[in-house]
Structure formats: C-alpha cells, structure tokens
Design a protein around this ligand. Structure first.
Ligand code: COA
Ligand code: ZN
Length: 322
C-alpha cells in the first residue's frame, strides 16, 4: 500500500472560475501564497482560457507573475488551446494542464471543439512546449456527461490512448458533475492501470452528489496516489449544468491523515487558508472539518452533578482555527 500521496489544490482555478463576483487579483495572490506554505504538492493557479469564456480568471498573467514560488511546490495552469499555451509559457509555468472532454456535447459546450479537435490541438501544443514545462491532460466527463449521459469506458480508454500517443504521461480522470460512483471509479482506474502501468493518474472528483470522498477511497484502493481537491469544497464548470464543488481539500487531507497516509500537508495551516477563503467570499463553504474541527479535538467534560444536554453548540466556538 503506497503511503505517500500528492495533493493539488484547485480552488483558485476550478473554484474561482464559477464565482459570479470577480475576486480581486491581490486576494487571489495572497491566498495562493498562503497555500504555498501548507505542504501541498501542487497548486492550480489559474486558467489561460479565453477571458470571454472565463471572465473570473481574466487576470491569469498578473496572478501567475506575482505569486511567490515556493521550492518543492509545482505551479500548474489550465490551458484549453494553443493560444492559452503561448500565454502560459510566457509566464514560465511548471505544468500545463490541458483540458479536453471525453464526451462530444460537453466538449462543444465548454471548448467549442470536438474531442478529436482537442487531440489535434494538443499535438501542436506538445511540440511547442517541448521541455519548457510538463504536460498533464485533464479528461473532463470521464465518468459521465450532463448532456450525453453515460460515457462508455471504451470511449474514455480510446481518448487516453490518443493522449499517450502524443507522448503525454500524466492524465487526470475528472468527474466534472459528480456522477461517478465508487464501483465505477474502481473499474475505470483498474482498466487504466492495467493498460498503462506507468501513467501518472490524478483523480479529480466533484462532491455534487455526496460521493466525493467515497470515490477518493475507491481510486486510492485501485492504486491512485495523486488527487485534486478544492479548498473549502469550492468548484464547478460554468459550462456543465448542475456542476458544483470539488471534494474539499481539508476534509480529504483530514481523512487521509487519520488513515495514516502521508499527504505532506499541515492541516492547521490548510484550515487557516480555508478561513481566508471564506472571508474572501463572505460566506461559509461546504467543508465539514472547518465547522467541526479535526477528529482529534477533545472537549472539556461538562461540570455539574447530573447529565447535561449539550444543545446549541456553537460550531464557530469549537473550531480551533476561528
Ligand atoms: N486566451 C485568450 N484569448 C483566447 C484564447 C485563450 N486561450 N483562445 C481564444 N481566444 C480569443 C481569440 O483570440 C479570439 O479573440 P478575438 O475575438 O478578439 O479575435 C476569441 O477568443 C475567439 O477565439 P476562437 O478561437 O474563435 O475561440 P472560441 O470563441 O471558439 O473559444 C475557447 C474557444 C476554447 C478559447 C473557449 O471556449 C475557452 O476558453 N474555453 C475554456 C472554458 C473553460 O476554461 N472551462 C472551464 C474548465 S473545465
Ligand atoms: Zn473540476
């Protein structure tokens, strides 16, 4: 059983991209700098998509150029096409995370390209990137599409074959709208690992239907060691109806550490980033550990003679980070 796991936080990309209110550039930079000191392996900083498609991340260059880069942390960006790749390379990113869909309809809605057109574009991009950055491909709707429904596993494997044929060795299996279930995750990951044992697979789940952490466990048991998650459980694709938050990073780290896995992440520091994110957005986020505190938290015994009902416990009071 591998015990070392690699976590990428995607809140400032997958999360901020669906916020209706533009998050000020300075606040994005401050949060990324805070995240850089938590022990995360990777941060998805922004996206070099068309600013018309994703106005929330129109400040991609400014953010990428202003963050403090901490040694040992990889800084990745989402890229949909050649133009995005040129912009990303000009900012000297560590990783270009190319995005495509495993389904026709989501691909057209999100990228205005068919999956095969994306593959063609990626072949140009791979030549352009050369050794300047590493390349990962995020395969959206790998477990189902909000327009096309079920996606046959063979279709997903066919695109993975086309991606690996380009010499790309890192792929994220993305459950864009939170439809995957643990059995399906186990089946797909086993099929991919059996066929491409050297491929670096990242699992990217959304918790839209409450199956996120169960899917993390299924992927882990099938051999995945790289996981995407989003601070506070923020996230969602603006071009996929019904999409909502990713698996919450601090909840996932809390679970994995409680099970004895080494994520490299300092949970207390991560919770303070989640607090920072809640104050940026001015609302509570779906994460659970930020509300309840870690499972190691102990409370003083109630004083007095008889049994006392603990009603109306103020969750803000029990949260040590607030
Ligand atoms: N960055 C900046 N500008 C871009 C761009 C990029 N990556 N790609 C295209 N553009 C510009 C073009 O220069 C052109 O500008 P103009 O109107 O001033 O001439 C305009 O956008 C339209 O270009 P076109 O090639 O026709 O693109 P499109 O309108 O068909 O959009 C995508 C295609 C892929 C760029 C766009 O759909 C996109 O960015 N999608 C990403 C969506 C996303 O990030 N989703 C969330 C992640 S899951
Ligand atoms: Zn996502």
């Amino acid at each position: 059983m591998p015990t070392k796991l690699y976590i990428q936080d995607v809140a400032v990309r997958d999360g901020f991209q669906i916020e209706s209110q533009f998050i000020p550039t300075e606040q994005k930079i401050h949060l990324i700098n805070s995240l850089s000191h938590t022990g995360l392996a990777k941060i998805e900083v922004t996206s070099f998509s068309s600013p018309k498609a994703i106005p929330a991340l129109a400040d991609a260059e400014k953010v990428m150029r202003a963050i403090e880069r901490v040694k040992g942390v990889e800084y990745a960006v989402l890229v949909p096409n050649l133009k995005g790749c040129e912009r990303a390379l000009a900012c000297e990113v560590d990783e270009i995370n190319l995005v495509m869909s495993a389904s026709q309809s989501h691909s057209l809605a999100n990228l205005r390209m068919t999956p095969d057109q994306s593959i063609k574009e990626f072949s140009e991009i791979a030549k352009l990137v050369g050794n300047s950055a590493s390349i990962n491909v995020s395969l959206s709707t790998a477990f189902g599409c909000p327009f096309d429904g079920d996606i046959p596993q063979e279709q997903v494997l066919t695109y993975i074959q086309k991606i690996t044929d380009l010499g790309i060795s890192k792929i994220s299996l993305c459950d864009t709208t939170g439809v995957a279930n643990p059995r399906q995750v186990e089946r797909l990951v086993h099929a991919v690992v059996n066929r491409w044992p050297d491929l670096v697979i990242t699992a990217h789940f959304h918790n839209t239907r409450g199956m996120g952490l169960a899917n993390v466990m299924a992927a882990l048991n099938a051999g995945v060691t790289h996981f995407d998650a989003s601070l506070g459980g923020l996230g969602g694709c603006p071009f996929a109806p019904g999409a909502s938050g990713n698996v919450c990073t601090e909840d996932m780290v809390h679970m994995l550490q409680a099970m004895g896995y080494d994520t490299g992440v300092n949970l207390t520091d991560l919770l303070s980033c989640a607090n920072e994110l809640e104050s940026i957005l001015g609302r509570a986020l779906p994460g659970q550990v930020i509300k309840a505190g870690p499972s190691t938290r102990r409370y003083p015994m109630p004083t007095g003679d008889g049994q006392q009902r603990l009603s109306g416990v103020n969750l803000c009071e029990v949260n040590p980070t607030r």
